[in-house]
Design a protein around this ligand. Structure first.
Ligand code: 3UK
Length: 527
């Protein structure tokens, strides 16, 4: 029919617009080895897009990214979107089995992986059936020749690409990228996000809550492979032509403060565990090392009230706690600089509507505890190849969060825990089920149950209850072996910080472990 429609490819608004508006020479990303301007990023991502096509990776094919936070991350992510290839950033700390699952589930044809991540996953890549392009990115962007067989160097690959003249024609409803989200049971789900969702998070949260400006310098300790870090470090600064500072390594109090001192960011983004760790560091002072810090944000799990208050006193900048999810892409309930109450998640972000419902789906009046439902422009299109779970989570315009909330008399929303048994450690999901599975796979363990228990800071950490096999005695060696088992099989941050040997676990008549009983007895602060 030959109708011309506007190109809804997210890269046009997020990136190419800045060149047309004369901001091409502004710095967009800085990492420990390199920096890149908007014009440089436009060129690098257009070449990367062209190189993907030259390599035969077509539209709608998936490209998994196991990348540290360096300049190559946005080059790959935005280059893929420019080409119509679907980038799928995944957590760089996952156990090899989980990476194998995601490569298989997504049927990814391409993979970008940081050199530092290669050791852990080398054998997984060799077995991934659908991969036909593996790109190894060096931390400093150098061209190296020491590569596993069949793999190519990222920098060389991108440099050799013929830049695509313009982003592939896309509808605002076309799927632009995926992120994996884990649930309480079953395998992780590929969450499909559309092109227009990217701008939607910038127009709502970034513009109206953060009030982000062109002269802001953002530092997100939360990595870009999380929806949280992706929005903080790519979408929000790029929505206004601002700058992002990247830290490829693990964010420790020391590494975070050295970035703060070196780059003086105006906006800092972290998870509650990191704020708590920074507060116990004696070197923490005004601005956390930055001479122009204006606001901080926290998400991933609830920010304990005392952490927020102590930070605000000591650092002189507020932390805006807000709840977001992979399904909604970013934060949809938040505190703001002008409307803030520590110990709550704030109020609905402009552009989003909320409901709190009981088990019969009836709306509850303020003061009632129920499940939080949200409606807004950044909701995902659904889960990849998981119709039943998509139908349960995405109900028409409303997305079920699985979180219990209460609306206080003053209008603020307060988190009350998960509707199921999942909990977060350092902002990352822990499913009791997967930790239990790892424990049980040890020959000494008969049964296991895992709950989240508050540590001295009021932050959740895994606690395990185990029934040992007959004749087995607990000792230091076994304890260490069980922790190692969890670290190795499900992820380093998920190991139980406390381990209690019990004679039996509380169970229902049908044999389901009653974790809530253990929580009632043990979830208070431990030593
Ligand atoms: C929990 C919170 C209390 C809550 C995320 C910001 O965390 C993000 O996405 P995930 O898919 O997890 C979503 C779940 O995490 N949660 C997140 N923030 C808070 N609970 N207070 C909070 N402030 O259970 C939610 O359902 O990993 C966070 C932006 C984008 C994100 N994807």
């Amino acid at each position: 029919m030959g109708t011309t429609t506007e190109n809804g490819n997210a890269v046009i608004w997020l990136l190419d617009r800045h060149l047309e508006d004369g901001r091409g020479d502004h710095t967009v990303f800085v990492d420990p080895h390199r920096s890149l301007t908007y014009a440089g990023l436009a060129d690098a991502s257009a070449r990367f897009a062209g190189a993907l096509w030259q390599a035969g990776v077509g539209r709608e094919r998936r490209m998994v990214m196991i990348q540290q936070d360096t300049i190559d991350f946005p080059v790959a992510f935005l280059g893929a979107i420019r080409a119509g290839v679907v980038p799928v950033p995944i957590n760089t700390l996952l156990a090899p089995e989980q990476v194998a699952y995601m490569l298989e589930d997504s049927r990814a044809e391409a993979l970008c992986i940081s050199r530092a991540c290669l050791v852990a996953y080398g054998h997984v890549l060799a077995q991934a059936r659908h991969l036909r392009l593996i790109l190894i990115a060096e931390a400093d962007g150098s061209v190296t020749t020491d590569l596993p067989s069949g793999a190519l160097n990222f920098a060389r690959f991108a440099a050799d690409g013929h830049a695509v003249p313009e982003p592939v024609q896309a509808s605002p409803d076309d799927v632009a990228f995926w992120l994996y989200s884990s649930g309480s049971t079953g395998a992780p789900k590929g969450v499909k996000h559309v092109h227009s969702a990217i701008r939607a998070t910038a127009d709502t949260y970034a513009a109206q809550v953060l009030g982000i400006r062109a002269d802001d310098v953002v530092f997100s300790a939360a990595k870009m492979f999380f929806a949280y870090g992706l929005g903080n470090a790519i979408t929000f600064p790029m929505s206004v032509g601002a700058t992002t500072v990247l830290l490829p390594d693990r964010p420790t109090p020391d590494s975070v403060m050295s970035v703060m001192r070196a780059h003086n960011p105006t906006i800092f983004c972290g998870v509650p565990t990191l704020y708590a760790a920074l507060l116990s560091n004696p070197a923490l002072g005004p601005g956390a090392g930055s001479n122009r810090l204006r606001v901080c944000i926290s998400a991933g799990e609830a920010l304990p009230e005392q952490v927020g208050k102590r930070w605000s006193e000591k650092v002189g900048a507020e932390i805006l706690d807000g709840i977001g999810s992979t399904e909604m892409l970013h934060i949809f309930v938040s505190n703001s600089p002008t409307h803030l109450k520590y110990g709550t998640s704030g109020v609905a972000v402009p552009g989003y509507d909320l409901r709190i419902v009981d088990e019969q789906e009836h709306d509850l009046p303020p003061g009632g505890i129920g499940e939080l439902l949200v409606r807004g422009p950044s909701a995902a299109e659904g889960y990849w190849n998981q119709r039943a779970r998509s139908r349960r989570t995405f109900q028409g315009e409303w997305t079920r969060t699985g979180d219990k909330y209460i609306q206080l008399e003053d209008g603020f929303y307060q988190y009350q825990g998960r509707a199921d048994d999942m909990f977060k450690v350092s902002g990352i999901w822990v499913s009791p089920f997967e930790v239990e599975t790892a424990l049980i796979s040890h020959s000494a363990v008969q049964e296991a149950a895992v709950i989240g228990r508050e540590d001295a800071e009021g932050l959740l950490k895994p606690m395990a209850f185990i029934v040992l096999k007959q004749g087995v005695e607990m000792n230091d060696e076994l304890l260490a072996a069980l922790k190692a088992q969890v670290k190795e099989h499900v992820g380093a941050w998920k190991y139980p910080r406390w381990l209690e040997v019990v004679d039996e676990l509380p169970k229902t008549a049908t044999g389901k472990i009653q974790r809530f009983k253990l929580r009632e007895a043990f979830s208070h602060a431990g030593e």
